[in-house]
Design a protein around this ligand. Structure first.
Ligand SMILES: [Zn+2]
Length: 51
């Protein structure tokens, strides 16, 4: 995740999503070779400051 105000980043816990991608890939025979998920928003500090 990337804060669009200050640029702070936080890793996503991709466990559930990764499992869903792997399960769907197995169902369809798709062979993913690259996954990129970027979530933009406000970090906790900026969200608090925005109020
Ligand atoms: Zn921020």
């Amino acid at each position: 995740m990337v804060c669009r105000r200050c640029g702070a980043t936080a890793d996503l816990d991709g466990g559930v999503l990764s499992e869903q991608v792997a399960a769907r890939a197995a169902e369809t025979g798709f062979v993913p070779d690259h996954t990129q998920l970027v979530v933009w928003g406000l970090c906790g500090r900026c969200a608090a400051a925005a109020d």
